[in-house]
Design a protein around this ligand. Structure first.
Ligand SMILES: Cc1cc2nc3c(=O)[nH]c(=O)nc-3n(C[C@H](O)[C@H](O)[C@H](O)COP(=O)(O)OP(=O)(O)OC[C@H]3O[C@@H](n4cnc5c(N)ncnc54)[C@H](O)[C@@H]3O)c2cc1C
Length: 369
């Protein structure tokens, strides 16, 4: 019997497991992939620590999580350039790092193991079963009993399904890694090539992640890969494609309740993603630390397990950021359907308005009319 079983060894799961194990809980991580972090399904962009202080002002000691080793950094960037469908360009200062996520995710899992967690890879969880007050995590092979179960199994969470918990709405995304030399600027092409979302160019050391994420309600009869091919063709990058990946980003804000009895959800499984830009790595890790600490504390208490503190704490630390970001996304949704309105809104916002958007600050559209 484990104290804590964490399903998924992404940034959320490995961070949860590290803090749970550090706090003395016997912790097992179950990961379906044979190798943690592979394949990469991500733009790999992480705001710099300085930006995270501003982006998530409620976060406690983010420096504990986001001082990233040089060996996991492919490239640093210092600006974001927004491009409207009509070609208008707005530039904001915003510093970031482009990760080698394969290495970064693997490091986070290793840190959890160093703290005492057990890691089981190549094992897919198919559900959880509750019987006579006992909870079993069922895999394609054996079953494991745990006092607390953490669903850190990404946007299509088996744990959420199995526990009968809410799931976030998903925005499908596709990405090519493309070889070449790119300037140290992140580009975001709003709407246009990516209906209801944006297309990105995120520069790495000798390549770039070039992808897009959309909302299905805005996509008319188009295949996502075709949209990306058209975008890449327009940028004249088609010849240098290295690899292709795709995935889902939960961009509908956090789910209403991330705790049900002895089960909690964290990271993408809980909708812990900034809805207006799809960035989830920092929020997943901040919430993972809270989840791990709360799990360890509950195990130490030896009373009946109550995970309510987790819900309260993550809302306190990252709730405002997620809520501002969701409000911005809802405003954007009002103009995404019309090229003219979108062009007008981007023009009115200007660089200063876009800077507020990207930093998840409240944006009042009336101020820009
Ligand atoms: C194309 C794309 C681009 C993105 N770009 C960025 C970006 O540039 N910056 C950013 O901050 N965010 C980005 N995101 C979002 C970001 O990737 C996620 O928010 C982040 O990875 C969330 O971490 P997580 O640990 O919650 O989930 P994940 O990283 O998805 O980890 C979940 C883990 O659970 C495992 N798992 C799933 N099901 C099971 C199961 N049944 N049994 C066992 N294991 C299971 C998976 O294999 C995986 O390892 C992007 C997302 C997509 C799809």
């Amino acid at each position: 019997m484990y104290d804590v079983i964490v399903v998924g060894a992404g940034p959320a799961g490995s961070t949860t497991a590290k803090y749970a194990a550090e706090g003395g809980a016997e912790t097992l991580i179950i990961e379906k992939r044979k190798q943690v972090g592979v394949p990469v399904q991500c733009g790999e962009f992480l705001p710099s620590l300085a930006e995270i202080y501003d982006l998530v002002p409620g976060a406690l000691n983010p420096e504990e999580l986001f001082v990233v080793k040089e060996s996991f950094i492919s490239r640093r960037t210092d600006k974001i350039r927004f491009i409207s469908p009509g070609g208008k360009k707005l530039v904001c200062d915003f510093s970031g790092i482009v990760l080698e996520r394969k290495l970064f995710d693997n490091y986070l899992a290793e840190e959890a193991v160093k703290s005492g967690a057990e890691l089981l890879t190549g094992t897919k969880v198919v559900g959880i079963e509750k019987n006579n007050g006992r909870t079993k995590v069922v895999t394609s092979g054996e079953s494991y009993e745990g006092k607390i179960i953490v669903g850190a199994d990404g946007p299509v969470s088996t744990v959420a399904d199995s526990a009968g918990m809410q799931k976030p709405e998903l925005s499908p995304c596709v990405n090519y890694e493309i070889a070449g030399d790119f300037e140290p600027v992140v580009e975001m092409y709003l709407g246009g090539a990516a209906p209801g979302g944006y297309a990105w160019v995120i520069p790495k050391a000798k390549s770039a992640n070039v992808g897009l994420g959309v909302q299905e309600k805005f996509v008319k009869n188009s295949n996502l890969k075709t949209l990306l091919d058209n975008f890449v063709e327009k940028l004249n990058l088609k010849k240098s494609i290295l690899n292709y990946s795709g995935g889902n980003d939960p961009c509908s804000g956090p789910i209403n309740e991330t705790v049900k009895e002895n089960v909690l959800l964290v990271g993408d499984a809980a909708g812990h993603v900034m809805a207006s830009n799809g960035g989830g790595i920092p929020i997943a890790m901040l919430c993972g630390r809270i989840a791990g600490e709360v799990c360890a504390e509950q195990i130490k208490n030896k009373n009946k397990i109550s995970l309510a503190g987790y819900e309260k704490l993550w809302r306190k630390q990252v709730g405002e950021t997620l809520s501002n970001s969701l409000k911005t996304k809802k405003i954007a949704d009002m103009v995404f359907g019309s090229g003219i309105l979108l062009e007008f809104a981007i023009g009115r916002l200007g660089s200063r308005g876009m800077e507020r958007v990207v930093r998840c600050k409240p944006v009042n559209p009336l101020n820009y009319l």
